[in-house]
Design a protein around this ligand. Structure first.
Ligand code: G3I
Length: 358
């Protein structure tokens, strides 16, 4: 039986915001460490460079960071062969200064591609060479410093079939195997992940993602993990039980799993009832992760509501994260911390609690 799986079943969540700042031993990262879980967030590097309170919040609460945009193709290679690592370097230096792991994001994706690439006329061989060079340059630069990479993201369509993208059209279906191979060649120690949304629980897309990564394993691609993004709303969220079952079948393929980009958008202004329901959803998904040994990290897509992508993409929605726009903890933060705290204290005392790892 696993303590971390067991204790979460006994935790009752009183969803109320904390009035006091967390002391060091009671932060998410300190508590998660004793549960062998990484607690992560996406980072807005512009804000990191300009907002000291935001930087302090990141360093205090998280031990895993994913650049929200700073390592994407259009940022890193805005012109052919001209690489710009200013933002990525800043993020990696910040992580190193604060003992955080970095998850590189993202090597092969159909969004945020520069115009020179999407509007150029390239043969299949030229595109392969461009992608190989991009991956090799980025992964080599951060070899030994970026622990994991989202090698590919969102390559599965809503119906579970392969998504037709710039890369699949230009290179053909093998582009994913090649991308994993190229990343592995550049840093053989890095943990390589496939990352997608909408396939966290059950359904056609979850099955499509499972089939895709199973196929990659069969073909010998060096893939080690799957990120389940978990962009949710109160009306559209997977069931925790289905997430657990899905993680277990991925684990049976020999893959680690991650909740990689969680947020829960709410209609604005958010009501207290919605904030409580949001807290319960964060709690349920953290519990699902903790119930599966191979679930190694739990990341949110942004620390504070001030820098969330949600209001820009979903007007009228927001308040999706653990901290409000002023960096104050929300009920969702308290629910996550309560579970981690119970887990940490049961580990410390060695107390047996009822429940079973699934
Ligand atoms: O950098 C330009 C800036 O120069 C320009 O002035 C400004 C004008 O709008 O746009 C800036 O780029 C924006 C970029 O974020 C950086 O802020 C893009 O327009 C905007 O589209 C982009 O959005 C990002 C989105 O991915 C792109 O699809 C979001 O911040 C980011 O949170 C989101 O993250 C994705 C993950 O990578 C993959 N999974 C889903 C997740 C949410 O969509």
């Amino acid at each position: 039986m696993s303590l971390r799986a067991a204790v979460v079943t006994t935790v009752f969540i009183a969803a109320c915001a904390a009035a006091l700042p967390a002391v060091a031993a009671d932060t998410l990262r300190a508590l998660a460490q004793s549960a062998s879980l990484r607690i992560g967030t996406a980072v807005n590097v512009d804000a990191l460079n300009t907002d000291a309170a935001y930087a302090r919040l990141l360093a205090r609460e998280f031990d895993l960071v994913t650049p929200e945009n700073a390592m994407k193709f259009s940022v890193v290679q805005p012109e052919r062969g001209r690489f710009d690592f200013a933002q990525a370097d800043a993020l990696v230096a910040f992580a190193e200064a604060h003992g955080m792991q970095v998850n590189g994001h993202v090597l092969v994706w159909h969004q945020q591609l520069p115009d020179w690439l999407t509007q150029g006329q390239f043969s299949r061989d030229e595109l392969k060479a461009i992608l190989r060079e991009h991956i090799r340059t980025l992964v080599t630069r951060y070899r030994g410093r970026v622990a994991s990479w989202d090698v590919a993201a969102e390559a599965v369509a809503e119906d579970g079939h392969a998504r037709e993208t710039f890369w699949s059209r230009g290179i053909g279906p093998d582009y994913l195997v090649l991308a994993f191979q190229w990343a592995h060649e550049a840093d053989p120690q890095a943990h390589l992940r496939y990352n997608d949304y909408g396939g966290e629980g059950d359904g056609a897309k979850s099955d499509g993602i499972y089939d895709l990564v199973a196929g990659l394993r069969r073909k010998g691609a060096p893939i080690h993990g799957v990120g389940l993004q978990m962009h949710a709303s109160l009306k559209d969220a997977p069931r925790a039980r289905d997430v657990r079952i899905n993680m277990k079948r991925l684990a049976a393929l020999g893959l680690q799993t991650h909740i990689s980009e969680m947020d829960v958008m709410l209609p604005l202004p958010a009501s207290r009832a919605d904030l409580r329901a949001q807290a319960a959803l964060y709690r349920d998904m953290l519990q699902a992760c903790l119930a599966v040994l191979q679930c190694r990290s739990f990341s949110v897509w942004g620390a504070s509501d001030r820098y969330s992508w949600i209001p820009e993409f979903f007007p009228g929605q927001g308040d999706a994260l653990l901290f409000d726009a002023d960096g104050r903890t929300k009920p969702a933060y308290e629910s996550v911390r309560r579970i981690l705290r119970a887990l940490a204290s049961s580990k410390r005392t060695g107390k047996t609690v009822k429940g079973q790892r699934h």
